[in-house]
Structures are given as structure tokens and as C-alpha cells.
Design a protein around this ligand. Structure first.
Ligand code: AMP
Length: 283
């Protein structure tokens, strides 16, 4: 496994690989890696000759400086996990390498309301920063495949939209959400949970499963959403939103017969840790 910190050095290696007709799959991450991220490296290896992973905690997607400062950074451990997963190239740039002289170029896109709802509503500016960094990283790596997780479903939807609108030549592949034994979605943030909240947080997945099982018993899906919020909050968490949305438009669906694919998306605070998760409940 080779690691690179500069744009120039990784591009030199990537152009050699391309010259030798090697295909490239790219997994962007913010580090503090866990098995969920590693499963995406596995997908990358399955689809392409070369798996490239980036580790970059992107300041422009944090609307809260405390959240940015608290974001876990475990580079040595990350590199050991990636090596063990047979990742080929790792890119760990400094902020100045990604945003030289503070340069930030925001892609011009018509995102309709995709970036306004859910995470877009509660984390203003988050998706502008995310799209900016993903576009910058794609320009640098120029992969054949871009691998992202279902765990961040709204992020996946927005990046797909950007790729379609800008006619970028990358094939997107979505990876399933890996979960702990009790169902809690793996997340870099889980390590910040207190032991008590770590136990109680499994209610998030239980509520998503309840939602999936009950979707046909509720004629008004907002009532089902309310019920799920009550379930989560009864364990001491504080739900920010629990939305049943159309899988394409991300708009809330009031009646399950009105949409082919429905995804239940949730964000909840467990103490001072904000957790997100989702589950396809129809389709
Ligand atoms: P992050 O570094 O946490 O922003 O995530 C980097 C990539 O890993 C994103 O595409 C995430 O959707 C994906 N990811 C995060 N958590 C999981 C998980 N539990 N299972 C699978 N993929 C995940």
C-alpha cells in the first residue's frame, strides 16, 4: 500500500496505472475508519484493479467548529486497517492541498430541494462543503468507480445528482450499511457515545425496523414517523427528524401507495453525539 500527501504525487501514480490500463475505484472518507468503511474498500477491490481511499476531514462541510474539532482522528490505525484490507493507494492531503490559497470552487448545480431537507435543513452549508470536496477529489483521482455508503443516503443522492448534471464519467456504486451486533449503524461518532447512550442507541435501528414492518398498517405515514420518534425518544435520545421520503426526490411521502421506493431517514442526538441512519422501508 502506498500513501500520498500531495496532489502531484498521487496523480503521477494514477496516470502510470491508467497508462497500464488499470481501472480505479475510489472511496472518499474522513478517516476514523471502521469495518463499514473497510467493506467499501472490499467493494472497490471487487470492481476495479486499484482501490484508492482518501482520508480528509473536510472543514468546509462542518457547520459547527466544535464538531470539526471533536471529529476523531486516528491516522495510524486507519492506515493499518486499509493495509489489512489490501487497499492500494491512500491519499491523506492537508487542507492547503485540497483548498490551495483558500480556493473553494462550488459546483454550479440545480439541486432542487435535495440539499434543503433533512441533513440540509439541520446542517446548513454541510452539503455545499461536501459537494465541493467530492468534486475536488474526483477531479484529482479521476476514478472509474466512486464508492459511497447507503449510511449517508442523502449524501449519496446529492453526489449522484451532481454526477448526472455535470455528466461526469464516473460510475457510482452504493455499499450496504454495516451494523454492530445490536443493529447500531457503524459510525466514527459511535466511539464518542457514553456507555449508557451506546446501549440505548440501538433503538434507532429498532425504530427503523418497526417502520419497515408497519408501513402497510398506517394510512398516514406521518403518524408512523411520529410513533418512531416516540420510540427513540423514550430511550433518552432526542430525535431531530424521522422522515419517510421518496427514494428519488427525498420529499416526504404521506401515503405508502404514492411511491415505489420509500426510505426512512433519521437523525437523533444521543447526549452530545449526533447519529444518523436510514432504511429502505419499501421498494
Ligand atoms: P465518513 O468518513 O464517515 O464520512 O464515510 C465515508 C464513506 O463511508 C461514506 O460513503 C459513508 O456513507 C460510508 N460509511 C459510513 N459508515 C458506514 C457503515 N456503517 N457501513 C458502510 N458504509 C459506511
Amino acid at each position: 500500500m502506498k500513501t500520498y500527501v500531495t496532489v502531484k504525487s498521487i496523480q503521477r501514480e494514477l496516470s502510470l496505472l491508467r497508462h497500464n490500463s488499470k481501472t480505479i475505484a475510489f472511496v472518499p472518507t474522513m478517516g476514523a475508519l471502521h469495518e463499514g468503511h473497510i467493506s467499501l474498500i472490499g467493494l472497490a477491490k471487487k470492481h476495479a484493479d486499484t482501490a484508492v481511499c482518501s482520508i480528509f476531514v473536510n472543514p468546509s462541510q462542518f457547520n459547527n467548529t466544535e464538531d470539526l474539532q471533536k471529529y476523531p482522528r486516528t491516522l495510524d490505525l486507519d492506515l493499518a486497517l486499509l493495509k489489512n484490507a489490501s487497499c492500494d493507494l491512500v491519499f491523506t492531503p492537508a487542507v492547503e492541498e485540497i483548498y490551495p490559497s483558500g480556493l473553494m470552487i462550488k459546483p454550479e448545480l440545480n439541486l432542487a430541494h435535495l440539499d434543503k431537507v433533512m441533513e440540509g435543513h439541520f446542517r446548513p452549508g454541510h452539503f455545499d462543503g461536501m459537494l465541493m470536496v467530492v468534486k475536488r477529489l474526483l477531479d484529482i483521482v479521476n476514478p472509474d468507480f466512486l464508492i459511497m455508503g447507503q449510511k449517508d443516503f442523502q449524501q449519496y443522492s446529492l453526489v449522484s445528482m451532481m454526477i448526472r448534471q455535470l455528466s461526469l464519467p464516473y460510475q457510482m456504486i452504493i455499499g450496504d450499511t454495516l451494523r454492530e451486533a445490536d443493529g447500531l449503524a457503524m459510525s466514527s461518532r459511535n466511539r464518542r457515545l457514553t456507555p449508557e447512550f451506546r446501549i440505548q442507541s440501538k433503538i434507532i435501528y429498532q425504530a427503523l425496523l418497526f417502520c419497515q414492518q408497519s408501513i402497510n398498517s398506517f394510512s398516514d405515514l406521518s403518524q408512523l414517523g411520529e410513533k418512531c420518534i416516540q420510540l427513540i425518544d423514550s430511550k433518552g435520545l432526542r430525535t431531530e427528524y424521522f422522515n419517510l421520503v421518496d427514494g428519488d426526490s427525498l420529499l416526504e411521502v404521506s401515503d405508502s401507495t404514492l411511491s415505489q421506493k420509500i426510505v426512512a431517514c433519521v437523525a437523533a442526538w444521543a447526549g452530545d453525539v449526533r447519529l444518523i441512519d436510514n432504511l429502505i422501508v419499501k421498494g
